[in-house]
Design a protein around this ligand. Structure first.
Ligand code: EPZ
Length: 415
């Protein structure tokens, strides 16, 4: 059951409820390791990546219970600060436990996360920031080992606004004595969600969402009940699904502010996007014009929406240009889109997409999470049948995607 069979050419219609954010939930689950009380998270999506992070927390000694979209985490009695390779290879984001373990135990031993299809994914910025705080970090035998050597809040400048590095440093700093200032911090909404969650536990953090975050270390963090933000990338994916199928879809459970970069681009193309108090309506049509995108740290255009936009560009006659500035190898979907007749030329980080009036059904493979989403979108446009294999990549980041698309009228089956 790891392939999707899709026949496109239908206009998607109806409404879809967006799930909680994967990339907000993962750091918040890691931060729960620092709580001396019970943490109750609601709006948690049912995704493979969340299951892997739950396994990581359990290996570290926490108790994790899921009841529908509520996750209850009790880390009061954790006694282990070593995360084995078996977990960190499964999911890179498990490296987010590093900052939490250092904060809680002043010790951590985390196996190096694997790279993945889209890039090497180094952690030099994470380690440099943590060393600034006085944690001594050694790297040997494939592990990163950290221990406190006179830790104290400090000024940290990130060479690049790395999301994970910002999150790891915030978590460690929350329990490090003194004031820590992170300059050139990542500004993604998931950072703000982590700040709000930690402050709910008794942390003293301000500035998330801007490029400078201030953290005043506290003695202890307590339990909290918290609802994670909706997933802006899942929302963006369904907005493109409405656009590419020339349908009309209403998305519920979105934060409009988080969708601004995408809304601006879709409007440039000629898609009707109508914000409402309870969500956003997207109405496709037959008069799109090509445009260009350059992926940038938030609030620029998100790299996690680049493959999905490429699928849309492939279906818009004319030439659209994509520049991927965040990851060095995030064009694995190009080869697969070409199998569907897409005309895409790659020049390093630049993709030149010559859109067409039709794409062809084909047998294609999901190489990574968002590449898989792009193939689904292209298949919604192709009139013949498309089979997408390795759907487990898609299941990592999209909750019940084929049921949600089926409900919108797509001819889609999991086989
Ligand atoms: C987060 O990854 C997201 N993952 C990614 O989403 C997202 O694409 C990325 O941020 C950028 O928005 C989660 O939140 C779990 P980065 P992260 O550190 O933290 C380089 C998805 O599809 N870098 O901002 O790993 C790095 O190689 C995933 O849900 C260093 O050089 O992203 C990359 O080129 C994919 N050294 C760039 O920065 C470091 O120490 C951005 O990485 C860290 C990062």
């Amino acid at each position: 059951m790891n392939s999707l069979r899709l026949r496109g050419g239908r206009r998607l219609k109806g409404q879809v409820e967006i799930s909680g954010s994967k990339n907000a939930t993962l750091p918040i689950m890691a931060a729960s390791l620092m709580s001396m009380g019970e943490v109750v998270l609601s709006g948690v999506p049912d995704l493979e990546d969340i299951n892997v992070m739950s396994m990581a927390l359990e290996i570290l000694g926490a108790k994790v219970k899921r009841e529908a979209s509520v996750l209850v985490i009790d880390a009061r009695t954790i006694n282990n600060y070593e995360l084995p390779e078996s977990i960190s290879r499964k999911m890179r984001a498990s490296n987010l436990v590093m900052g939490a373990l250092l904060g809680r135990f002043q010790r951590a031993r985390v196996a190096y996360p694997g790279g993945c299809a889209i890039g090497v994914r180094p952690m030099d910025l994470h380690l440099k920031g943590l060393r600034n705080l006085g944690y001594e970090l050694t790297e040997e035998y494939g592990f990163m080992e950290g221990k406190a050597q006179g830790i104290m809040g400090k000024e940290i400048l990130l060479d690049f606004p790395s999301v994970g590095a910002t999150e790891n440093i915030i978590m460690a700093a929350a329990l490090t004595p003194g004031i820590t200032t992170i300059r050139n911090a990542a500004r993604e909404p998931e950072i703000t969600d982590l700040q709000n969650f930690l402050n709910g536990m008794g942390a003293r953090i301000t500035g998330a969402g801007l490029d400078t975050v201030h953290i005043e270390g506290v003695e202890r963090l307590n339990g909290v009940e918290y609802r994670v933000i909706p997933d802006r990338i899942e929302a963006g994916t369904f907005m493109v699904a409405a656009a590419i199928s020339r349908g009309e879809v209403f998305l519920e459970n979105v934060v409009l502010e988080h969708l601004q970069p995408l809304i601006a681009k879709l409007r440039e193309i000629g898609v009707d996007v109508i914000p409402k108090s309870s969500g956003v309506r997207v109405i496709g049509n037959h008069k799109y014009r090509p445009t260009d995108i350059k992926t940038m740290p938030y609030p620029g255009f998100p790299t996690d929406m680049q493959p999905q936009m490429m699928a849309l560009f492939a279906a818009i006659p004319g030439t659209s240009i994509i520049v991927e500035t965040i990851f060095e190898n995030r064009y694995m979907h190009v080869q697969e889109l070409r199998r569907m007749g897409a005309d895409i030329k790659l020049e390093g980080r630049i993709a030149i997409v010559k859109g067409k009036t039709a794409l062809e059904g084909a047998t294609v493979e999901a190489t990574d999470l968002r590449a898989g989403a792009a193939l689904i979108l292209a298949a919604l446009f192709a009139h013949e049948e498309t089979i997408i294999s390795k759907v487990e990549h898609i299941d990592r980041g999209y909750e019940k995607i084929h049921e949600k698309l089926e409900k919108l009228g797509a001819d889609i089956r999991r086989v």
